[in-house]
Structure formats: C-alpha cells, structure tokens
Design a protein. Structure first.
Lengths: 496, 636, 103
C-alpha cells in the first residue's frame, strides 16, 4: 500500500504536464478529472489508513515509503502518514477539486493556469506526507513559486505588486525556515528525519535557537502577527482558485509545519516560547477580527477574517493541551474548507456582479439564490454556527485552552472567544449588505444562475463542512491518538 | 408502539428532517405541499410529546419527578472527562416546554397557511419554521449544557433567518442582524460560563453538574475566588448573561422590539411563546445550582423586576401594535425571571413552580394576542394603531379573542393569567415585599397598556377607509389557542412542576388575590377612561408627565446607548485603530522595509559606477586594509 | 657588498610607485594613466633588481623577472593603446570619465 502516497503526488504532477500539452478546453477537463482522482485517492488513503488502525497497527506513521535522495547529506524522500496528515490530504484534495471546478471559465492561457494549480496541489500533498524536513521544505517551495504566476497573470487589481509582496514575504519566511532547518540538521549531527529527530531530542540550547526561526518561518505562511500583511493583498488580487488555494491550503502548510516541526520536534523550546506564541496569536485573533470590521471589499473581508481564524490554529498550538491541539488540527481542516468555500462564493458572485464592493451590491438572494445560499452558509460557518465545522473546532480550542487555570491563559481564551462576537458582526453585516436588502444596481436584477459545475464545486465543500460539523467524532477518533503522541513529547519533558 | 427513547428522539428529529427536505426541495415542492409537510410533522411531534409527557408524569420515581436520561452518545471528546454527549432527557420542565412548543408551533404553522399565502419564499418560510421548532425542541431536551448551547445558537440563527424573512426590507435586515448580534454577545457570557462551570465540575452533563453541587463537593475555596465571589458563582452570573440575552432582559432587551419586523406568526412563535423564554428555562434547568448562591439569585430577581417595570412603562406609549406586545412580552418574562429569583429564599420555593406556570399560560395567551394582531395587520396592512380603531364591527371574532388575551394577561379571574400571576406575587410577597410592590405596580401597568391597545384598536375613532375582514383560516387556530388561554389556569400545576420534583398541593389564596385583581381592574378602568372614546385625556396627561412620557416614548434611550457603545466603543475605539495600524504600521512597516532595501540598493549601486579610477581607489584601499590587517596579525 | 645602497633604491622605488598611483588615479587622460601604470611596473622592476643584487647576489631570479615584466609591460602597452584607440573611436574622447559604459 506504500505506493499510494507517491501516486497521490504523481497524479497532479502528471496532469500538470498533460494540461500543458493539450488545448484549453481539454485542460480544464483534465484538471477536473485529476481533481476527482485525487479526491478518490485521498479517501482511499483514509480507508486504508483506518483499516490498518482498526487492525491494531500501532506505528505512528503508516503507509510509509522511503526513497534515498541525496545520500551524501543523508537527505531522503521519506513519506508516511498519521491521522493528522490524512485529514490534511482529504482537505487538500477537496479544495483542489472544488477549485478546479470553479475555475471552469478561466480565460487567458487556461492550460498554464491548470498546470500551475496542479503543481501547487502536488506540493501540498508532498508537504503533508513528508517525514523528512528537507523534503518538506522542497515541497513547501514547490507550493510557493507557482502562486506568483497565478496572481501575476490571472489576478485582479494591483496584481503584480501583490504577487511580489506575497512571494517575497513567503520567501523571507522560507529563508528563516531554511536557517532553522540547518540549525536542527547540524544540531542533530546531520539528520533531517522527522521520526529520528522526535525520538532523539535535541539539546535545549539548540532548540531555543531553532524554534523562533522555524516557528516564524512557518508562521509567515499562517499569517502570524505581525507577518500577516501579505494575506489581504495576496488573497484579494488572486484569481478565485488562487485565493481558495492560498487561504485553504497554503496557510495550513504553515500551521501544519508549526505543529509538526516546530512544536513536535522542539518541545522544550515550545514550552519556553509558548507565552509569546499565545500573545501573538491572541493579537492576531482579536486584531484580525477588528480590522475585518472596517473592510468594504468582500475578498479583503475574508482575507482579514482568515488572519483571525488562523490565529485560532496558532493559539491551539501554543496552548499545548491535548484538546487544544486537537482543536487546532480541526480548525486547520475547517478553515481550509470554509474559507475556500467563501472565496469560491465570492469569486462566483464577482464574476456576475463585476464588483466586490459590498455597498455596490444588495439583494442578491433574489437574483442568484443558490450562490447567495452558499455565501450565507460559508458566512455562518465562519461565525461558528453549530452544525458547521467552525463551531466544533473553535469550541475544542476553547475547552482545551481553558484547561490552564492561570489568569494569563484564561484572559487569552476569553479574548479569543470575544472575537467570535466581532466575527458575527462583520459576517452578518456582509450578508445584510450583499445578500439581503434591496437590489442596488439595475444590472443585478437578473444575473446568470449557477451552472451545474459551479453547483458541484461549491456543493462538495458545503457537504464536507456539514459532515465535519455534524460528525466531529469522525475527526477526533482519527487524530486524537496523534495529538496524544504530540502531547507525549511534553509529558516526557515534565518527567525527565 | 414506540419506546419513550424513540419518541424523544423523533420529537426534535422530525422537524429537522422536514427542514432538510423542504429546504433542499425549495421551489420544486408545491407551496401547499411544503406547508402540509411542516404542519404534519409538527402534529406528529405534538402527539409524540403529549404521549411522552403523559407517560413521564404517570411514572414518578419514589413519588418524585426526576431527571431521566433517555440516551446519550459521545459526540465530541475534548479530554478524558470533558466531552459533549448528544443525549435527551426528560424532567418536568422539559416535558412542559415540549408540549408548549409543539402546540404553539402547530397553531402558528396553521395560521401561516393563510397569513403567508402568496409569499414568494413560502417554502423557505416553512423550512425555517421547522428548523426553529426542531432546534427549540432539541434545546429543551438537551442532556448536556454544551448541547444546549449548540441548540441555543441554532434557535438564534433560525430566529435571524425568520426576522429577516422579508429580506428586501432594510429595517427587517437591520433587525435580524441586531437580534443575532445582541444574543451572540450575551452568548459569549454563556460560553465562558459553561467553560468555568465545566472546569469546576469536570462534566458537561446536566445530571453531573446538578449531582456535583448536590453532593456537597463544592468548596468555594477550592474552586477559586475572584472579587470575593467564587468562580462557580461567576460562572452562574455569566450563564445568566446568556439567558438574559435570549430572554431579552434589560439591558440586553433591545433586539426584541425590533425583531417584530419579522412575519407576525413568527413573532408569535419565537418572540413570544418559545425562544424568548429559553433564558427562563436555562435558569430553571440549573435552578438547584442557582439556589445555592444567594447573590446570584438577587441579581436574577432584580434584573427580572427591572425588566418587568421598565418594559411596562415603555409599552404604555408605543403606537406600533406589535411593539406594544413585544414590550409586554419583555415585562412578562421579567415576571418569570424574578419568580425564579425569589424562589431561592426558603419558604418561597414555589416561585419556581409559579415561574413555569406563568411561562405555560403566557405562551398561550401571548401567542393568541400576537396571532390576533397578525390577523388585524393582515386586514389593515399597517402596524400603527392610528390606522386601526373601531375594528370591532369589521372583525368581531378577533375582537373577542383579543379581549380574552387581554383579560388573561391582566390577571382577571378566571382566565389563565390570573392563576399564574397570583402565584408569582404570592411568592414574591413571601420572599421580598419590595419585589412584591414592584410586581403589583407592574400588573397594574400591564392591565392599563393592554386595554389601551385593545380600546385603541377595536373602539375609539373608526376609520371608514379600512375594510377589515376575517377569514376562518386565521381565526380557527386562534380559537384553539384561546381554549388554553382561558382554561390553562385550572391545570394543577404544582403537582407536576416543582423545584424539588416532589408534587405539592395547590392552594388558592382568595384574600391574597384581592390586591392584584383590584389593581388590574383599576388599570382596565383607567384605560377605559382614557381610550374607549376619543378624548383629550391622553394628551393632557402626556404633557403633565412629559418627562416620564418622553422617557417611555424614547424607550429609555437604550437603543441610543447601545448604538453609542457600538459606534464609539467598538468601531471608533478598536476597529478603526486596528485597521489603521494594519495599513500604516504593519503593512507600512513592510513597505518601508522594502523601500529602504531599494534605497540601499541604489546607494550600493553607485559603487559600481563604471569609473575606472574609482575602482582603482577601492582596489588600493582594499590592498592597504589587507596590509594593515596582516601587520596587526603579525604583531599580535 | 655594502647594503647601504639598498635603502635609497627602495625609497626611489616607493616614490616611483606612488607617483604612478597618484597619476593613475588623478589623470583623466588614458595615455597618461597608461604611463602611470608603466611607472608602477618599473618601480617593481627596481625592487626586483635591487633585492636580487643586495640580498641574493648569487641568483638571477630577480633579473629574469624584471625582463619578464618589461615584456609584459610592452605587450600591455600595445594592448592598452589598442583599447584606447577603440574607445576613442566610440566616444571621440580619451578621457577616462567618458568611458564608463561597457559599450
């Protein structure tokens, strides 16, 4: 079964090449079919993984595959999955499938567009399933560079400036990351392997040096305050699929790295730095939500709200209890799906109304009921309504954070919880302005209804969000053992 | 046929399923078919709930009605102890609520069949009603405080969707937003309260929480003290904030009058009979815990008293028929709330019974009043009482029904409101005479403003241009509601619902009821003098009491206060600076960094200027530096 | 052999060298700069010869090197003048300030 992960990475790579060889019309079909195959494969991977677990398999990582890459420096292509990465793979494939469907009408060189999109997804799959830090870094970079072209060519507004900003900031993060990785590598005597680094813990001094580098490096991807400023411009300039990918998957790459690399491998430093992580993430949560209140552009609104929501992920990681880590993994999945849906809906509405300014829209429920309903669902999920995925993940983080009974952690939790009120305000204002109310422009009275492909693309994500919101134990059963293993690193620390 | 557990599951599940079916089918379903689906579903739920409550009340455990758990299954595990289990429980108050919700919802859905005829989103209306009913039923049957929070939010969102049903009307959109945001703000308190309480008790099950406090494990020293009160007390205060938000207690009441922008049947169901009493239900659910904390009970009492009096004063001067009813709802919920509050005192435990008795009777007569108002609005096409008047002739049946409602709410015997209100006053008297005094004034005001409304609508000057008409489709459900509005008072309530679960005898204190009934009749008499015929008395008194009148007209300026809090506190003090900082400091910082890098590049570029002689100079300087370095190294 | 004569020779060489440097840096005219470069090379030659004579009288390495440098200097002068002529054709000037582009 170890061929499954390489296959999952190979499918988008092959289709990236294939996309470029055929004409534009076939390219989108290839992208859609490849997206579907990726979705099926990732669900198959989950099935195989769950069967292994049910059969009593206790190894931390399953479905492993090992390829030697640069033997001279002990760099390998080590692949393997635990429950956390399985959920990430499913989330990624859902977003990729939906994004390819929602880009059905992309103009200007559709071949290159879909090709780049597939490169991105290959990078994401590789990142989530790598067990070697260098390979992880490699895949992370694979998922960065195509974004520049995606935004620069198919974007809107000040696309070149935004693309530059995004890539430069992410590259800056990568530079920190690479430095941190080398600190770890040499600290461990020339080892990049995740499993070996986890069992032979680095010295405290090395950890203290490596942690800020790694955490900030990955944090730039996850909109860690104050390194989040690429998020609003990048997302709002990107084409629909680009924003879906950026917010849905890219930001999760960083979050996953913060958890899997920075926290899991460097527990002593994670404990030492946890107050700073908590402070920064609380600031991101509250401040992101407040800044969102003042936005008038739908994409900017969702981008700022992503800063706030991703703050929850980092808060959960910083709190370092089992429930909070569980919650932050769930928040990664939930935010990935929800924000992709939101950006998808915004993109489809923008295609029809040709404006993203809230005050120029209104009463869309009358002219495009289906897309309006999707918009409302995404909004309600974003404000944490029970029944949708956002609620369970946020609540798990709150309950997990509450396990610390000192004032500092409690205040941080209460601040984070207070932000959901602000979230309700901006989401409802947006719904009130855009979906409800009288129609403001004559051209908005009759708009093109959603096509079948668009309904399918958004429907997939809606179903996924509902599934996660209604059956959260499916997730917790899958990942709670892995969260416990991460927590084990901390307990070892307390009882040396 | 069904086991109680299956029945309990089916009661909320049927409306939820219908929401899914009607909502997904949308316009593909014929209007009438979706309405019949909704009505049939709720009828089934009503039958199940009647059967369930009959079987529950016929099987007391050792003479007492206890919390009975039907099933429970783990839904979300947070840690080893803390988990959300989805489960259903039965106890007297939840059985009571289930019957009330189902029956009122049935009548409202029936009424809507005529009222909402021809609406564009007719199917969605029934879908949302089913969603609301299902969530509300889930709320009252929840076995877990977190599960209750989940349904709590769901009733909030269905209320949001229904208030904003006429989504093209800006005022309806604003009202729906306001309702959701204000209750969300209060729910923040609820959430933190849950976290605090569950951290203390290490369980989220109601049963576990109640047992924890009953067993005497609770020790304020261990639980932690903050500002000279134990954390558990603070948890209860915060939970009460949530309850106050949902039940529109002062000062969080501002959303309820605006919520009247929704369709009138919705107001009858959600904003009169069921959702707004969820706060009372929540406090009642945790009543054994609340009663341990004297201070918290005082807070509950006085917030209740304040709400009941202020709302009654505001109701006197409002001219929108639905808003008058909304303020009267506020006032009546205030009664229920302080009845719970006074029940903390020894000797006045029956306040608990009284509170739920009032909840029970109020649900019927208030939804009757709202539906009657709906029928009037349907005929007159206006909410303003100025456009009504003299409707007695055009709408005789509605006139009688409205009168029944008014008599019931004013506490005139033998209508249902008399019994419940009398019991509240009795327990208030036993506990705190001051509260009793306020409650007495409140009931006088209630009678006055209700009959003011009644006379203004049905008597006073008549409009010749209004062609009121009645229809059986509207009247029949109201007639059915009028039956319990009249007779519900004769239910031997205290033999079913008590704070301990042990049945008690009902006593009627005839001597005691003289004062409340008298003051009620006085209110009615005054209203008759002022409003039966058009005269100048109202204007005279309004100018005499101009200060109070202005306060009442202006609703004590709570809307303005909250708007100022929102505008100044949130937008101007927090959000604007945050957006500014983001644009100028964080993003500006990055831009500045980028610009400085560019500048530096420009400077450094000048070194490579192509001038041969400059290069030679650099070369020489380099050589000199190297020589110096070498010399220094040799020396040292 | 008395070595007192070495010091004045070295001073002469240093003087020549720095004259060359000064000329190279300050003169605008490329021909003058070429001449200055010759001065620097020749100061090196003097050093070579002087050291060879006074420190290692039995050897000839310094002499050979001097001859080598003279050859290089000749070749370099030819090459440099060729470049200068080429630059002149392009810019109509043999001022070094005008020759700051790689044309």
């Amino acid at each position: 079964m170890s061929f499954l992960i390489p296959l999952l990475i190979a499918v988008p790579l092959c289709s990236a090449v294939a996309n470029y060889l055929v004409n534009a019309n076939s390219a989108r079909w290839i992208a859609a079919i490849s997206g579907f195959i990726q979705l099926v494969l990732s669900i198959l991977i989950w099935k195989v993984y769950a069967d292994f677990r049910a059969a009593g398999e206790t190894a931390q990582f399953l479905l492993t595959a090992h390829y030697s890459w640069f033997p001279l420096w002990n760099i390998n292509l080590d692949l393997g999955l635990d429950g956390i990465s399985v959920t990430m793979l499913i989330m990624t494939s859902l977003v990729v499938f939906s994004a390819s469907l929602l880009s059905w009408n992309v103009r200007n060189d559709a071949k290159l567009f879909f090709s780049l999109l597939n490169f991105l997804s290959a990078g994401a799959y590789g990142f989530f399933s790598s067990l070697d830090l260098f390979a992880m870094f490699f895949f992370l970079e694979l998922a960065v560079v195509p974004k520049f072209l995606l935004i620069g060519i198919w974007g809107s507004g000040e696309k070149i400036a935004s693309a530059m900003k995004l890539v430069l900031m992410l590259m800056g993060g990568s530079a920190l990351l690479l430095t941190g990785l080398f600190v770890v590598y040499y600290g461990a005597g020339g080892n990049f392997s995740l499993t070996e680094l986890a069992s032979n813990r680095l010295g405290r001094e090395i950890q203290l040096v490596a942690f800020p580098l790694l955490f900030i490096g990955f944090g730039v991807f996850t909109a860690l305050f104050p390194f989040h400023t690429w998020v609003p411009d990048g997302h709002s300039s990107a084409p629909t699929a680009g924003s879906m990918f950026l917010a849905g998957i890219s930001m999760k790459l960083g979050a996953y790295g913060c958890l899997r690399v920075a926290t899991y491998l460097l527990p002593d430093a994670a404990v030492a730095y946890s107050p700073y992580v908590i402070i920064l993430s609380s600031i991101a949560i509250v401040y992101g939500a407040l800044a969102t209140l003042m936005q008038t552009d739908l994409k900017y609104m969702n981008a700022y709200s992503s800063i706030s929501h991703c703050g929850f992920i980092l808060l959960g990681i910083g709190m370092q209890t089992k429930a909070s880590i569980l919650g932050s993994v769930m928040q990664m999945v939930s935010h990935g799906l929800m924000t992709a849906l939101f950006f998808g809906a915004i993109g489809l509405i923008y295609q029809r109304t040709h404006t993203r300014k809230m005050e120029e829209m209104g009463g869309l429920l009358k002219s495009i009921p289906f897309l309006s309903a999707v918009f409302v669902i995404a909004g309600l999920c974003s404000l944490g309504l029970p029944g949708f995925s956002g609620f369970v993940s946020e609540m798990t983080i709150f309950v997990g954070s509450w396990e610390h009974s000192d004032a500092f952690h409690r205040v941080a939790t209460i601040l984070a919880a207070a932000s959901i009120v602000v979230t309700a305000i901006y989401i409802l204002s947006a719904i009130g302005k855009v979906i409800f109310g009288p129609i403001r422009q004559a051209s908005h009275i009759s708009l093109e209804p959603a096509s079948f492909v668009e309904k399918l693309g958004t429907g997939v994500l809606v179903v996924a969000i509902l599934f996660m919101g209604l059956v959260p134990f499916w997730f917790t059963n899958l990942i709670s053992e892995d969260a416990r293993l991460i927590m084990n690193q901390f307990t070892l620390l307390m009882n040396p | 046929m069904f086991t109680p557990a299956t029945e309990a599951i089916l009661i909320p599940l049927i409306p939820f399923l219908l929401f899914g079916i009607i909502g997904l089918a949308g316009r593909r379903l014929p209007e009438i078919f979706s309405a019949f689906l909704g009505i049939g579903g709720i009828l089934a739920s009503l039958l199940f709930s009647l059967h369930l409550s009959v079987s529950y009340f016929s099987e007391p455990v050792q003479g007492a009605f206890v919390l009975k758990e039907f099933f429970s299954f783990p839904w979300l595990n947070f840690s080893e102890n803390l988990k959300i289990s989805i489960g259903l429980v039965a106890d007297p108050i939840s059985m009571l609520m289930v019957v009330v919700i189902c029956s009122v919802s049935l009548m409202v859905q029936w009424f809507s069949l005529t009222y909402m005829k021809g609406e564009e989103r007719f199917q969605m209306y029934y879908a949302f009603l089913s969603l609301f009913t299902g969530s509300m039923l889930g709320l009252v049957l929840s076995s877990n405080i977190f599960q209750m929070y989940i349904f709590w939010e769901l009733v909030g969102v269905s209320s949001f969707l229904l208030i904003g049903f006429y989504f093209q009307k800006p005022s309806a959109v604003a009202a729906s937003k306001k309702a959701f945001i204000v209750t969300r703000f209060a729910d923040l308190g609820f959430l933190i309260g849950i976290l605090l309480l569950s951290y203390e008790t290490q369980t989220m099950e109601f049963k576990g929480i109640l047992d924890y406090f009953k067993s005497g494990n609770f020790n304020p020293e261990v639980s932690g003290i903050w500002m000279s009160h134990s954390l558990a007390a603070w948890a209860l205060v915060l939970i009460f904030v949530g309850a106050a938000g949902k039940s529109a207690m002062f000062p969080l009441h501002i959303w309820l009058p605006d919520a009247m922008e929704g369709p009138t049947p919705v107001s009858a169901l959600i904003h009169a009979a069921t959702m707004v009493v969820a706060g009372v239900f929540l406090v009642g659910r945790l009543f054994p815990v609340y009663s341990l904390f004297e201070g918290v009970m005082q807070l509950v009492t006085w917030i209740g008293v304040l709400s009941s009096i202020l709302a009654a004063i505001i109701a006197i001067s409002q001219t929108d028929i639905k808003r008058v009813l909304a303020y009267s709802t506020l006032s009546q919920i205030g009664y229920m709330m302080f009845a719970l509050g006074v029940a903390g005192k020894a000797g006045a435990e029956a306040g608990f019974t009284a509170s739920f008795f009032h909840l029970f009777t109020h649900a019927f007569f208030k939804s009757l009043l709202f539906l009657a108002a709906g029928a009037i609005i349907h005929a007159v096409h206006s909410n303003e009482v100025e456009n009504m008047g003299g409707l007695r002739k055009q709408m005789p049946i509605v006139h009688w029904l409205f009168l029944i409602g008014c008599l019931a709410i004013s506490g005139v015997p033998p209508f249902s409101g008399f019994f419940s209100k009398e019991e509240i006053l009795l327990n208030a008297w036993k506990s705190q005479p001051l509260v009793y005094g306020f409650a007495l004034i409140g009931s006088g005001l209630t009678a006055f403003y209700m009959f003011r409304l009644f006379f203004l609508v049905f008597y006073n000057k008549s409009h010749s241009d209004v062609h009121g008409h009645e229809s059986m489709g509207l009247n029949f459900p109201m007639l059915l509601l009028a039956i319990p509005a009249v007779f519900a008072g004769f239910v031997p309530f205290s033999s079913y619902v008590t704070s301990t679960g042990l049945p008690e005898e009902t006593h009627l204190h005839l001597m005691f009821s003289i004062a409340p009934v008298g003051i009620g009749l006085l209110g009615i008499g005054l209203a008759y003098l002022f409003y039966f015929k058009q005269n100048s008395l109202p204007e005279q008194w309004a100018s005499k009491l101009s200060g109070l009148y202005k306060l009442s007209r202006g609703k004590f300026y709570f809307d303005e206060l909250w708007r100022a809090v929102y505008q100044i506190g949130l937008i101007r003090a927090l959000a604007t600076p945050a957006a500014w900082i983001d644009k100028n400091l964080v993003d500006g910082g990055l831009r500045m960094g980028a610009e400085k890098t560019l500048r530096l590049g420009d400077r450094v570029k000048l070194i490579q200027n192509g001038k041969l002689q400059d290069y030679v100079l650099y070369f020489l300087m380099g050589i000199l530096a190297l020589i110096l370095l070498t010399l220094l190294m040799i020396q040292s | 052999m008395n070595q007192e004569l070495l010091t004045p020779l070295l001073i002469l060489s240093a003087f020549l060298f720095f004259t060359g440097v000064y000329g190279f840096v300050t003169r605008r005219n490329m021909i003058s700069m070429l001449m200055s470069a010759e001065l620097m090379l020749n100061s090196a030659n003097i050093n070579f010869v002087a050291f060879n004579k006074f420190l290692y009288p039995g050897k000839l390495d310094g002499m050979f090197f001097t001859l080598f440098i003279i050859t290089i200097a000749a070749a370099e002068a030819a090459l440099a003048i060729a470049i200068i002529i080429h630059v002149y054709r392009q810019t109509k000037s043999i001022d070094v300030k005008d020759a700051d582009q790689l044309i």
